[in-house]
Design a protein around this ligand. Structure first.
Ligand code: SF4
Length: 316
């Protein structure tokens, strides 16, 4: 691990200001992803700003009946909150499907959204990776590359990585909104739909955050009701990333919303696909994967996604 300096921020404004004042600075909260990346020297921040003392660790009711989740609320605390369990059960189910109990105890809400891809070539400094080193090339697109876990839709000729979060898929189906603060004290509201960036020709740019901008909260709108479910399909029963995951909110009349994980560089949801829910899983999948460009090794994900949704829809 490369040497780095360290400080604790007292509040979000101080953290954001310091992040633009110090070269090579990064925020650290739970560190469940960043510390791994630092050990592998995939990320080499020169300075860490510890945001754990900024007080952003509560869940509060909003004026319109939604919930405002502080950026530092742990995945464990969020999953266990009675209001989340009762009114947003798809989020609790997604959270407990992610990582392990120990990691969920440390992982923060903001950090979960910002975690990096688990593309195996991203984690191997000996392999070219446009996300790690812009312009270097993409080892996953080389002939014979291992692409089973990688994306089938929303990808580009420069990167086919997936976003690994379960929590973000549930938040996407719930129409969550990210709140942020920049170094000049400006607050911003970013719909989760616009928060994660598709790779295009700049796969190293992964979110809508500007340098130094810090997430302060994620807000959920008033409860959507309906039957809510999260189904994660993976190679082993726990502590594995999704091959495919499906977050579903289904109303009694058959309408609803669906978002998918494990298939794209961001939680994958489309209004046109939601509109097809009354017509069944095939119709939804046809919309979601209309522009899919799978590799021979991961084309199975499209069928798997459709069948996972079909099984969820078939439940009483
Ligand atoms: Fe890097 Fe993306 Fe290619 Fe993986 S798919 S090697 S993360 S550029």
């Amino acid at each position: 691990m490369k040497a780095f300096s360290y400080e604790k921020a007292g509040d979000a404004a101080e953290a954001a200001a310091r992040a633009t004042q110090v070269d090579g600075a990064k925020f650290i909260a739970g560190g469940t992803n960043l510390l791994d990346l630092m050990k592998h020297e995939i990320e080499t921040p020169m300075h860490l700003i510890d945001v754990n003392g900024t007080g952003l660790d509560s869940i509060e009711r909003t004026g319109d009946g939604g919930l405002r989740i502080g950026a530092l609320v742990s995945n464990t605390a969020l999953a266990a909150d009675q209001r989340i369990r009762r009114d947003y059960p798809v989020l609790t189910r997604a959270l407990v499907a992610g990582a392990s109990g120990q990691l969920r105890n440390k992982a923060s809400t903001a950090g979960n959204l910002l975690q990096r891809t688990r593309c195996p070539y991203f984690f191997d400094p000996a392999m070219p990776c446009n996300k790690r080193e812009p312009g270097a090339g993409c080892a996953a697109l080389h002939k014979g590359a291992v692409t089973r876990q990688l994306g089938v839709v929303g990808t580009s000729d420069h990167c086919i990585a997936t976003h690994p979060s379960d929590m973000a898929v549930a938040m996407r189906v719930l129409d969550a909104v990210v709140e942020s603060l920049d170094a000049d004290g400006n607050e911003r509201i970013i719909p989760l739909a616009d928060f994660h960036k598709l790779p295009g020709d700049t796969p190293h740019i992964e979110s809508a955050l500007a340098p130094g901008e810090i997430i302060t909260a994620v807000t959920l709108p008033p409860p959507a009701g309906g039957r809510q479910a999260y189904q994660k399909v993976r190679d082993r029963a726990s502590y594995a990333f999704a091959l495919v995951s499906v977050a579903l909110i289904l109303q009694e009349d058959g309408t609803g919303r669906v978002a998918m994980g494990g298939v794209a560089p961001k939680p994958w949801r489309m209004d046109e696909a939601d509109a097809e829910l009354p017509n069944g899983a095939s119709a939804v999948a046809a919309k979601l994967f209309d522009e899919a460009r799978p590799t021979p090794e991961n084309a199975f994900k499209i069928t798997l996604a459709e069948r996972t949704l079909a099984a969820m829809l078939a439940k009483d």
